[in-house]
Write a protein that binds this ligand. Structure first.
Ligand SMILES: [Zn+2]
Length: 271
């Protein structure tokens, strides 16, 4: 895909929108491993782009699963699928989970052409709940500056999804578009019991006080994520390490919370 970049820019509207600029980086599995080595990161959740076309999702999944097998314990593969495909998406997610995937996602509703409250979501959410694996969903902040690919699916939609599927564990990306604020609201906190938030792309969106504040609001739920190759892992990690978190809080953000989000089992590597 990296070699035939222009072809894929044309084949998927959302991929094209996000990567039209030649400065928008794409990374291979080797690039990711090199980045992890440089940043001293043991293991990364890794997945392909959430294409609308299920054939492209499958290609991406095969690539990530192969990479995970090549570097045991260093990649925690997630499966990209398009829920709009119904039973086909459920079968693909099942296939990947059987082959070692640790979660489903990132789901990109706007790019893939569905809404989070569509009925097509139900079977996939059920599969994840039964398999005890998380579903990662792209969620946008709905205020602030605009940029290519900024969507309009925000914290309200994510919250409704968590309410609708209380037995499914969710990771809402990009701080869930601001949802952690509502962890301070007892009734909402109850509904969000099975929800985690990742920090992916935070450096482009928020100032670094958010790491400390959100860790206070939702101490067991903040997951370090970068959105690599959008942002370098080493640079991002240094920023989080300097954000003023206590050592035990930092440990939770960098590792402990993810282990629980994944279903409480070990990562499979020598950690
Ligand atoms: Zn995202």
């Amino acid at each position: 895909m990296i070699d035939a970049r222009d072809e894929y820019l044309a084949r998927d509207r959302w991929f094209g929108l996000l990567h039209a600029s030649p400065r928008a980086r794409l990374a291979s599995a080797d690039d990711l491993i090199s980045s992890m080595d440089a940043a001293e990161i043991d293991a990364s959740v890794a997945f392909g782009f959430a294409f609308a076309d299920s054939h492209l999702c499958r290609l991406s999944n095969d690539y990530v699963l192969e990479a995970a097998a090549k570097w045991p314990g260093r990649m925690l593969p997630f499966a990209v699928v398009n829920p709009f495909d119904g039973p086909q998406a459920v079968r693909e997610a099942q296939r990947c989970l059987e082959a070692g995937a640790r979660g489903v996602g990132e789901l990109m509703p706007e790019g893939q052409g569905y809404a989070l409250d569509d009925a097509c979501m139900a079977d996939l959410m059920e599969l994840a709940a039964t398999g005890d694996v998380p579903v990662m969903v792209h969620v946008n902040e709905l205020v602030g500056h605009s940029y290519p690919g900024k969507g309009s699916i925000g914290p309200q939609d994510a919250y409704a999804l968590a309410c609708r599927y209380p037995n499914t564990r969710f990771i809402f990306s990009h701080w869930g578009g601001g949802l952690p604020f509502y962890e301070l609201m007892p009734s909402a906190r109850q509904e969000l019991a099975n929800v985690y938030y990742d920090t992916a792309a935070s450096l482009f969106l928020y100032d670094d006080r958010i790491f400390l504040e959100a860790s206070r609001w939702a101490p067991d739920k903040v997951l370090f994520g970068t959105d690599y190759p959008l942002i370098g892992q080493r640079r991002f990690l240094r920023r989080v390490q300097r954000a003023g978190l206590a050592p035990e809080q930092l440990e939770r953000v960098l590792a402990g919370n993810l282990l629980r989000a994944l279903g409480g089992t070990a990562t499979g590597g020598d950690r």
